[in-house]
Design a protein around this ligand. Structure first.
Ligand SMILES: [Zn+2]
Length: 337
């Protein structure tokens, strides 16, 4: 199956009442880990690349690696999504390359750091929606800002999403999916203790979903930072500070209230790093990269497969029927009414 539009995956997820993990990639092993996990669990999947990933991997390498994924796993519906596009030009270059979904993050200015005005956010997001929808490509926008900084992206400040503004934003831009700021952060150090209702505003998700029942909600910074992965890294010479992520039960609560896309990067990084460190400590005589990249890939596959089961997307690879561009545009037209 060719790469599919993310809108279709999320529409199916809404019908089925499940969430779809969006896993970040920077190299071949990560793509392989995700695709193997998707096959193992019969899951549809979103693979996403940030600006940093595109420059690390190189667009041409990334594109051909994704073509290999599509060719080798024909039974798996896959969307290729741009994570945190910082300006329309970044989104347009991704669409030209063949991405089937883009995020225009106009919550920050093009520097990826300075919080932007609502008007700026509407203007740049709308511009990307017009370009993308004419080509059957899905658009995710963001309102409010998350804490933390990832790949140099982020203001480091949390501004929670305002439900009134969310309605205005979706109506003004026509986006398919909305990233909400409910207190999550990028990176490993999201919370200084197990998060409770004071820091993680799940009620805000419920309210936004009530007001925007047809907009797919996206949770960023949603790694759970499993304590056993942190311990594994530290056991083999790492020095991670105590870290807490978003508990799976909170993500599952979000899925009950309109969350359809769940972004995960940190947990994959932790799984990979722990596995590599273990080989380095236990087998210091080894120097073939395959000796540590194979267990790293296996560790990420196990992590991703368990998330696919927890998000509910496992077993749903067959839900998907390929839509033509014309059918996709009909869907957008209907959604806009
Ligand atoms: Zn993010």
């Amino acid at each position: 199956m060719a790469l599919v539009s993310m809108r279709q995956l999320l529409d199916e997820a809404a019908k089925g009442g499940y969430g779809v993990g969006a896993f970040n990639v920077n190299n071949m092993e990560q793509i392989q880990a995700i695709m193997e996990a998707a096959r193992e669990t019969a899951s549809p999947v979103i693979i996403q690349a940030s600006r940093g990933a595109r420059s690390y991997t190189n667009d041409t390498f990334l594109w051909h690696l994704m073509q290999a994924a599509v060719e080798l796993y024909p039974e798996i519906p896959v969307s290729l999504h741009l994570d945190h596009g910082n300006e329309p030009a970044t989104c347009i270059s991704a669409i030209e390359l063949g991405f089937t979904s883009v995020m225009m993050d106009g919550s920050l200015e093009a520097d990826g750091k300075t919080p932007a005005s609502f008007e700026y956010n509407v203007a740049v997001t709308k511009e990307v929606v017009e370009y993308a929808h004419a080509r059957g490509v899905t658009v995710e926008g963001e309102l409010g800002t998350l804490g933390g900084i990832e790949d140099g992206h982020g203001s480091g400040e949390v501004h929670l999403t305002d439900p009134d503004q969310a309605v205005e934003f979706v109506e003004a831009t026509g986006i398919d999916a909305l990233a909400v700021a409910i207190g999550t952060s990028h990176g490993a150090y999201k919370f200084s203790k197990e998060p409770d209702g004071e820091v993680l505003k799940m009620d805000l998700i419920k309210e936004i979903h009530r007001r925007l029942p047809d907009t797919h909600l996206v949770m960023h910074g949603s790694s759970s930072v499993p304590q056993e992965l942190v311990a594994e890294v530290n056991k083999y010479g790492g020095s991670l500070k105590p870290a807490w992520g978003v508990p799976m039960r909170e993500i599952q609560l979000g899925i009950q209230h309109g969350v359809r896309k769940i972004n995960v990067d940190t947990d994959s990084r932790l799984a990979i790093t722990g596995a590599i460190r273990k080989v380095f400590v236990e087998s210091p005589e080894k120097f073939d990269p395959r000796d540590y990249l194979k267990p790293a890939r296996a560790a990420m596959q196990a992590l991703v497969a368990s998330k696919m089961r927890d998000f509910g997307q496992a077993g749903h690879a067959d839900d998907y029927a390929s839509l033509s561009l014309a059918e996709m545009n009909d869907r957008y037209a209907t959604a806009a009414v």
